[in-house]
Design a protein. Structure first.
Ligand code: ADP
Ligand code: MG
Length: 471
């Protein structure tokens, strides 16, 4: 059920008018809400979580419905679903690029009220919103993340104080740092429901600190993160770069907790030593426990992640499609999941089953092939040039190791850059069976990243081809 243009413009009008009348927080909330469809009488909205849904339902829905109804002259029914992976929020989240230094008197924009009181906890206990799906059980372990996983489990489990304190989890965007943090919190709360678990992003910590200065509530702020805290999880610590006063405050918080033998877990998109504009004493604190990194997962792990995700979301995804997604999106699990969810959404919208054909046509949207127009022949030529073979060698049945390897590399690069199907590639490589191509691609894929020599070959050829595609 798609929205037509006229309905869409009514929707935009209604949003605009309600937004104008609302106070500052409209954008905060609607950055977690997505329009699924609007057909004039039925408005379907998606919220990132139940909290957002309930809040928007209560505070904004009546005004929105009223605006729509008066515009259209008919009743409008609203239907909600919840999905943590929304893609096109109604509004952009308000930017807070540079947090003003605490001395500035202008109040910071009120942070999205993400903090919910846990009814079962002692009074005043607050717990940042946790994604219920980010559990250890839903985390796929592979060589890229096993140390971080084991260390996170350790931080969650130890009764007599943490083994490593702090645990510092470093890794690129979308590789599961936040997932592990939430998993620790879930696990600790499962075992000790009254534990005072504090999960904050470094950004929120900063904003709360500024707030505390402005409203003279520093004592409460400190108590919250020092005495009333059994476990502190600070996400994306790189945000503290250059924020000296917050760094100072965090330093003391850190020391207080560590002296009390309370576990601290920190994530970052860089290793401690690479953090910019971070004082040496903090960096040395960060490295004093365990630094566990998360790398880009290998193909097998990515496939397992797609399957796990499909399982969690109750989606029917054939193995071939899981492999295809995992091959197409290599460096970011969040994007990988995004592609899966988009596929599922499209499939439920159009009634098409999720099969390889469908996935291929959709994937070309998600991960367009390189802008350089390269053909199978170009790649074969570059590979031959690099390995000093003729194209007849490459397409022959010659199974000598060096020729076979060059052929596998060429197949891999074709698959990467052109996203051709396996049967197509089989034909382009001397009428080979598609399974031969498949195992060649997998072999090179798995060598890449492990074997420096293979990497060097690939890089040299990619450079020659103009290394924009694939990676
Ligand atoms: P980061 O905080 O490192 O940027 P996230 O923790 O937000 O990344 O992870 C992005 C998405 O990828 C999340 O939906 C998370 O569940 C998923 N994800 C990442 N790694 C894994 C994994 N090993 N197993 C299952 N899901 C994963
Ligand atoms: Mg994160």
């Amino acid at each position: 059920m798609l929205s037509n243009l006229q309905d869409l413009s009514s929707w935009h009008e209604a949003v605009r008018s309600v937004r104008e009348r609302a106070h500052g927080t409209f954008d905060q909330w609607f950055s977690s809400v997505e329009l699924s469809s609007f057909t004039g009488s039925e408005l379907r909205l998606v919220a990132r979580d139940e909290f957002t849904r309930d809040w928007v339902k209560q505070h904004y829905q009546p005004a929105l419905v009223e605006a729509l109804e008066s515009r259209l002259g008919q009743g409008v029914e609203v239907k909600w679903t919840v999905d943590p992976f929304i893609h096109e929020p109604v509004t952009e989240p308000p930017r807070r690029e540079s947090v003003p230094p605490p001395a500035v008197s202008e109040p910071p924009p009120s942070p999205r009220p993400r903090v919910v009181a846990r009814p079962s906890g002692p009074p005043g206990v607050q717990l940042g919103e946790l994604n219920p799906k980010y559990t250890f059980a839903n985390f796929v372990v592979g060589s890229s993340n096993e140390l971080a996983y084991a260390a996170a489990l350790g931080s969650a489990g130890s009764e007599d104080g943490p083994r490593y304190n702090p645990l510092f989890i470093a890794g690129g965007t979308g590789l599961g740092k936040t997932h592990l943090m939430h998993a620790i919190a879930h696990e600790v709360l499962r075992v000790q429901p009254n534990a005072l678990v504090r999960y904050v992003s470094a950004e929120r910590f900063t904003n709360e600190f500024i707030d505390a200065i402005q409203h003279r509530t520093m004592e409460e702020f400190r108590a919250r993160y020092r005495q009333q805290c059994d476990l502190l999880l600070v996400d994306d610590i790189q945000f503290l770069a250059g924020r000296e006063q917050t760094q100072e405050e965090f330093f003391h918080t850190f020391n207080a907790l560590r002296d009390a033998n309370k576990p601290i877990v920190v994530t970052s998109d860089k290793y401690p030593q690479q953090l910019q504009r971070m004082p040496e004493r903090l960096v040395s604190r960060f490295t004093s426990g365990l630094v566990a990194d998360i790398q880009v997962p290998r193909l097998e792990t990515r496939v397992a992640i797609v399957k796990k995700k499909a399982d969690v979301e109750g989606l029917e995804v054939p193995d071939g499609v899981a492999v295809m997604l995992a091959q197409a999106i290599q460096n970011n699990v969040r994007e990988l999941e995004g592609a899966l969810i988009r596929l599922a959404a499209k499939s439920s919208l159009t009634g098409r089953t999720i099969d390889e054909e469908f996935a291929r046509s959709e994937l070309s949207v998600v991960a367009p092939p390189s802008s350089e127009v390269v053909s199978v022949e170009d790649i074969q030529r570059a590979v031959c040039g690099h390995f000093r073979l003729t194209s007849a060698d490459l397409l022959s049945k010659d199974r000598h190791k060096s020729v076979a390897f060059a052929r596998q590399v060429a197949m891999y690069l074709c698959r990467q850059r052109l996203r051709s199907s396996f049967p197509e590639l089989g034909r382009a490589f001397g009428n080979r069976d598609h399974t031969t191509v498949m195992s060649a691609v997998r072999r090179v894929e798995s060598l890449r990243g492990r074997d420096p020599e293979v990497n060097a070959h690939l890089e040299a050829i990619e450079k020659q081809l103009g290394a924009t595609g694939g990676h």
